[in-house]
Design a protein around this ligand. Structure first.
Ligand SMILES: [Zn+2]
Length: 174
């Protein structure tokens, strides 16, 4: 899939504006890779999308109770088939990193783009996801300049373990 960007949105993505966003105070120079599935390991639903839009029914599953009241988002979600949903324009902060530190700098949301892969820390990601992710990373670097790429676990190691051991960093070729 060839991707293009206009007004800080991927034109080929579905766009659902998340209320969980804020203005940036710093330039973008970091990309944070995450994975998400709700419940963990269940991929054939739009629960992550609902979570990012504050529309998830927290009573739907026992594991959702701990998420109650959480206000989170990501810039973009890559589904198992490679399709894209964007929630926050790249020039705004998405609320994906939480309490985090990168190279001595706190609050990584201020200077990063958050990319979620539909997936689990216990399973392989799909080849279509890697293909679209590489296209996306290439485009983002063209648009916003050179950026480092890390996992959520790299910037919040005591709290987070995504994208996990099955995410193959060797597949990233930008
Ligand atoms: Zn994460």
């Amino acid at each position: 899939m060839s991707l293009s960007i206009k007004d800080h949105l991927i034109e080929e993505a579905d766009y659902f504006k998340s209320p969980n966003q804020s203005d940036r105070s710093e330039n973008i120079d970091l990309i944070v890779i995450h994975c998400i599935s709700l419940p963990e390991g269940s991929f054939e639903n739009d629960n992550p999308k609902k979570l990012f839009l504050n529309q998830l029914d927290f009573d739907k599953h026992d594991s959702f109770k701990s998420l109650k009241g959480l206000k989170v988002s990501a810039h973009i979600l890559i589904e198992r088939d490679g399709s894209l949903t964007q929630f926050v324009p790249f020039n705004k902060c998405a609320w994906h990193a939480g309490e985090s530190t990168y190279a001595g700098r706190d609050s990584c949301n201020e200077f990063s783009i958050g990319i979620e892969l539909k997936g689990s820390i216990k399973e392989e990601f799909t080849s279509k996801q890697y293909l679209v992710l590489n296209n996306l990373l290439y485009l983002l670097k063209e648009e916003y300049g050179e950026m480092n790429i890390v996992g959520h676990s790299d910037i919040a190691p005591n709290r987070k373990n995504d994208p996990g051991p099955f995410f193959n960093w060797d597949m990233i070729n930008v």
